[in-house]
Ligand binder design. Structure first.
Ligand code: DGP
Length: 124
């Protein structure tokens, strides 16, 4: 599978500092920021800094350091939001829309971290 990355996508512009964002967390390889169109009280996007179109692109091509950092960055966000399931906390949902049927709008890998209200069934 050949992946073609469009460096004019909106998240590439955010990473280059051309468009402002509401940053929640930054790591060596990732940025987490609030979704401009929040679907819940907490709605954070976690993106790798590298040019990856979607999850499988990242998983197939990224370095182990990037993959570890991305996974841990998501956990740091759920920790910051205090939503890990367990002792009184409410939980969250991760979503990584990919490609046409996944209705991915921005062609730079992002994981949505959504929390802060009951989220209903996964698909309707
Ligand atoms: P997806 O449909 O999974 O590709 O989600 C793309 C998300 O990106 C969508 O929830 C809205 C968000 N988004 C689009 N443009 C911007 C932007 O300029 N800033 C921020 N913070 N979020 C954006």
């Amino acid at each position: 599978m050949a992946y073609v990355y469009d460096d004019q996508n909106i998240f590439a512009k955010i990473l280059r500092g051309e468009i402002p964002n509401n940053t929640v967390l930054e790591t060596d390889h990732c940025l987490a920021f609030r979704d401009i169109n929040a679907q819940a009280p907490e709605h954070i996007l976690v993106i790798p800094k590298g040019p990856y179109v979607c999850f499988d692109h990242f998983a197939n091509v990224a370095s182990e350091a990037e993959i570890l950092d991305f996974t841990r960055a998501i956990a740091k966000v759920t920790d910051a939001l205090k939503v890990e399931p367990g002792e009184g906390a409410s939980g969250y949902r991760l979503i990584a829309n990919s490609g046409k049927d996944g209705m991915q709008e921005v062609p730079h890998l992002h994981v949505h971290v959504v929390a802060g209200r009951p989220l209903g069934r996964m698909l309707s």
